[in-house]
Ligand binder design. Structure first.
Ligand code: TIU
Length: 225
């Protein structure tokens, strides 16, 4: 297939069109701290299995996207070891006994350089794939993501990762306001809460695609054949 020609895939609320070389796969926060026991997600009392089902479809999509030679970008939520980029409000939110920066089974919770902060081995970035370290929920806040997308000529995003209603939704909304069209494959995003998974996706595609499009990774894979 010609990666410079527009392709169209089935999506809601209507078909999503993109030129492959102008579209990046943006994988949000597939970190051990969210997907493995002992991390931030578990510390908040969440059921990790709801997120782990996204690993396999992300793996397949990532491998296909890489094989086509297309742009991949990863994000990680986390903070500097000295915590100077951690808003005090975020540090105390939830009134938990353990908080961001405290020692957990995978090192200091959500701190850059610690084992738990890193991306799960199944989706580990290649050296040529930018990793955006973000202190917030949205991937554009206090990062160079927008500059990178502009520099490499990206106009549209396929956004996957965790969690659907938190970092994925925040990032899609930020991207939408900056002029990017976003497609979210529903099997590649996960929430700890099934009702938020459903509503998080509905909110994106409602009102004619107010924030973006929703589809399934099988549609993207088929289009790349
Ligand atoms: N707690 C929760 O659902 N999510 C986060 O804290 N971060 C992301 O979504 N990555």
């Amino acid at each position: 297939m010609d990666l410079y020609q527009p392709i169209s895939i089935d999506a809601e609320p209507y078909e999503f069109e993109f030129v492959p070389v102008r579209c990046a796969l943006l994988i949000i926060d597939m970190q051990r701290d969210f997907l493995e026991p002992g991390g931030f997600g578990a510390m908040l009392g969440n059921d990790l299995s709801q997120l782990r089902r996204t690993i396999e479809p992300n793996k397949v999509l990532l491998s296909k996207w890489r094989a086509a030679g297309l742009q991949v970008i990863h994000t990680r939520e986390g903070h500097r070891p000295d915590l100077t980029d951690l808003p005090p409000a975020k540090a105390v939110r939830g009134r938990g006994k353990t908080t961001i920066g405290d020692k957990g089974p995978m090192g200091r919770i959500l701190i850059r350089g610690e084992a738990g902060h890193d991306i799960i081995p199944e989706l580990y970035p290649l050296p040529n794939e930018p990793i955006i370290d973000k202190p917030g929920k949205g991937a554009f806040f206090a990062t160079d993501l927008h500059a990178i997308l502009q520099n490499v000529g990206i106009k549209k995003l396929i956004v996957t990762g965790v969690t659907t209603e938190v970092c994925v939704n925040t990032t899609v909304r930020e991207a939408n306001d900056r002029g990017y069209d976003c497609l979210v494959p529903e099997d590649c995003v996960g929430s700890y809460f099934p009702e938020f998974q459903e509503m998080g996706l509905k909110m994106i595609k409602a009102q004619g695609g107010i924030f973006g499009w929703v589809s399934h990774s099988s549609k993207i894979l088929a289009a790349l054949e």
